[in-house]
Design a binder for this molecule. Structure first.
Ligand code: NAP
Length: 296
């Protein structure tokens, strides 16, 4: 029987309905509106489309939102000044700097400049550290989306063998750390594999939950998957363009093979992607509550 599709787009829709209700409640009861700024430096088309999607969702949920587009040659100093301005703007609760930044800008310096209490991407070392010790204020969006998708689909995480392909700071490492925690929706036994791993297939083959975040189109083949595994495909790889110029996207998993072996799998697109944006919105609502000292 082919695998069940874990449709992140549908789960994300459910969560957005919950978030919209919360935004309305905050407005009525406390007269506050979550505020999000997205800062985009340069004109990378993929980044532009991600930022547009984030802004559109923020708008749909009734946020106060600002899209701050800056030229590619913006100096690092000027970018730090802009961040400082939003750090001190009481209407803004979440600051997102779209990565990657142009080469002349030191990304780590920029991420460090964001007030950790407004760091809705959760990339600031303070938030990374809090996640590590199991006391996060904000969870990084893609890993949070993956965890939420697993939990809401009823996947047993506690005690499961989880194998993560990839060790990036934005996906591989944080999802491994989150599922490892002694906490609800976690308690897994986690292995992380990467390009220096001696035998990737040996590990992926024993995963009850396999999370592919390698950034290589269709890297995980059917014979690398344990029958009945839950497969989360994080990859978004452009493999070409349609005649009318639309991007053709493939995940990190060979979907047609995997769907015959796994018990559940996320499609690309429509799997992890929509969850990522929704978790950003969730973090922004949380930041708004933190900044307004709202506890309920
Ligand atoms: P990344 O920074 O390029 O990291 C890729 C990781 O995969 C690295 O740790 C690399 O190992 C490992 N890797 C690459 N090829 C491998 C191989 N052949 N065997 C084993 N490990 C291998 O990528 P990322 O930022 O984590 O993103 C991963 C993918 O997810 C990309 O396709 C990206 O577009 C996508 N993504 C999607 C979302 C979403 O919302 N849907 C969000 C973020 C990212 P080394 O460390 O040894 O180099």
């Amino acid at each position: 029987m082919p695998a069940k599709l874990l449709k992140g787009a549908e789960v994300a829709k459910e969560i957005r309905i919950e978030l919209k209700a919360e935004v309305e409640r905050l407005k009525e009861k406390y007269n506050v509106v979550p505020g999000l700024v997205t800062i985009l430096v340069g004109e990378n088309p993929a980044s532009q489309s991600y930022v547009r999607a984030k802004q559109q969702t923020a708008h749909e949920l009734g946020f106060y939102s600002i899209q701050d587009d800056q030229p590619a040659d913006l100096s690092e100093e000027k970018l730090l000044e802009i961040i400082d301005k939003y750090n001190n703007d009481p209407k803004i609760h979440g600051i997102l700097v779209q990565l990657p930044l142009p080469k002349h800008v030191n990304e780590n310096k920029v991420l460090l400049a964001i007030d950790p209490s407004k760091d809705v991407d959760a990339f600031h070392p303070v938030n990374v550290g809090k996640l590590m010790i199991g006391e996060p204020d904000y969870l990084p969006c893609t890993p949070a989306g993956i965890q939420e998708l697993l939990v809401r689909s009823g996947t047993e995480i506690s005690g499961a063998e989880v194998v993560v392909v990839g060790r990036s700071n934005i996906v591989g490492k944080p999802i491994a750390m989150m599922l490892l925690q002694k906490a609800k929706g976690a308690n897994a036994t986690v292995t992380v594999v990467h390009t220096r791993t001696k035998d990737v297939k040996f590990h992926t083959k024993r995963a009850d939950i396999l999370i592919a975040a390698a950034g290589v189109a269709e890297y995980v083949k059917g014979d690398m998957i344990k029958p009945g595994a839950v497969v989360i495909d994080v990859g978004v790889n452009e493999v070409g363009r349609t005649a009318d110029g639309k991007r053709i996207l493939k995940g990190d998993v060979a979907f047609n093979e995997a769907v015959e072996i796994a018990s559940a799998i996320t499609p690309v697109p429509g799997g992890v992607g929509p969850m990522t944006i929704t978790m950003l919105m969730k973090n922004t609502v949380r930041a708004c509550k933190v900044h307004n000292n709202i506890k309920d």
